[in-house]
Write a protein that binds this ligand. Structure first.
Ligand code: ATP
Length: 358
């Protein structure tokens, strides 16, 4: 985080200096043209030069200043490259990349999370994002996090994934503090599907394979089939060799889901997994996610009723706190925050009118 901030700060400084020099450079160039015009006009009036010489001198000035401008551009690009490469190597060499990492690597993970008295503030945010969180996430069950935007749902997932450490309180996984787990091992056992997932510059095949680098081609095709991507890929002229970055947002989302099928982890976090999919893809993905949800720890964040209603446990978050928890039926009866959110979701879908056509 600190490295990224320093990269941004250096870039801003370079941009500021670059704009200042651009301004001065433009000013000097224009002044140069004016001086040449005045001088040549003076010499023409004195009869020491022809009128054509005015044009000749301006063209000459432009011809000389163009390579200087080009040199300046090369200098700018070199500066940018130096900043990026310096930060790149700092990030690559950083000891803090997956810190704090413990060394605990159990034979297998059951997937029971216990969150106790947890408080968390983002390093660059003065306000506390999560406050007094107490939560139990049971294995082989689906736990939903519900709340309005900014309630802190994604932040909680970030902490469960060990992307950040809590200010106070603790998170236990199968009775052992998350801090003690080997970070790389932990992430190998967690499947993460976000609203927007990282798709790198490579083929569809390489991008899906990222879920399990040891997978064979048949496994990759099977994962693509389960995430309803295969049918679309085989219609493309280059098939699985098509660059993944050229796919639509929804297709890229299916790549992230295929990666998870390939990884087959005991713990799954789904943060708005169908947010960028069309209605048919959403239905298809919901079916395949329902299949993969079995016998694992699943935490799902969603603003869609269909993905929340069948959860075993729902935690309702508001302004960084858990305000209610229970099953859908219990929370609905309680007539509190969940009921309000649920009723708004139902109203926004115009369910009463829709049921006439279903
Ligand atoms: P949504 O449903 O819109 O995804 P959310 O409940 O998942 O919302 P979070 O993304 O966890 O909410 O954000 C909770 C608060 O933390 C917000 O006020 C947000 O501005 C802040 N926040 C989120 N990410 C960061 C970050 N990287 N640095 C600083 N503050 C952050």
């Amino acid at each position: 985080m600190a490295l990224q901030n320093s990269l941004t700060e250096t870039q801003l400084q370079t941009r500021r200096i670059s704009f200042l020099f651009d301004g001065i450079k433009g000013f000097i160039e224009q002044i140069g043209v004016v001086i040449i015009i005045i001088l040549t006009v003076y010499f023409v009036l004195r009869g020491e030069m022809t009128i054509g010489a005015i044009m000749f001198h301006i063209l000459l000035f432009n011809n000389v200043s163009a390579p200087i401008r080009q040199l300046h551009r090369i200098y700018d690009e070199m500066n940018d490259a130096l900043i990026y490469s310096e930060s790149f190597f700092q990030i690559m060499n950083s000891d803090h990349q997956i810190e704090p990492s413990g060394s605990y690597k159990p034979e297998n993970i059951t997937g029971k999370f216990e969150i106790k008295d947890l408080n968390f503030t983002y390093p660059d945010n003065e306000l506390r994002t999560l406050e007094d969180i107490d939560m139990v996430i049971e294995p082989n069950k689906i736990t939903a996090l519900v709340g309005l935007s900014g309630a802190g749902k994604s932040t909680l997932i970030n902490l469960l994934d060990k992307f950040y450490s809590p200010d106070s309180g603790e998170i236990l996984l199968d009775g052992v503090s998350l801090e003690d787990y080997d970070t790389a091992y932990l992430r190998d056992h967690i499947g993460l599907v976000l609203q927007k997932n990282h798709i790198f510059n490579g083929s569809i095949l390489e991008n899906i394979k990222y879920g399990n680098p040891d997978a064979f081609f048949e496994d990759i095709v099977e994962a693509a089939e389960k995430s309803y991507l295969h049918e679309q890929v085989i219609k493309m002229p280059d098939g699985y060799d098509t660059p993944a970055t050229s796919l639509s947002g929804g297709q890229q989302q299916k790549i992230a889901i295929a990666r998870m099928f390939l990884k087959n982890p005991p713990v799954i976090f789904l943060d708005e997994p169908t947010a960028s999919l069309d209605a048919i893809s959403t239905q298809q993905i919901k079916e395949s996610l329902d299949a993969i949800k079995k016998d694992r720890t699943v935490v799902v964040i969603s603003h869609s009723i269909s993905q929340i209603i069948d959860s075993d446990m729902i935690y309702v978050m508001k302004d960084g706190r858990v305000v209610e928890h229970g099953s859908h039926a219990e929370l609905y009866e309680a007539n509190g925050t969940y009921r309000k959110i649920f009723d708004s979701m139902a109203k926004s879908m115009n369910l009463s009118l829709m049921t006439e056509y279903i």
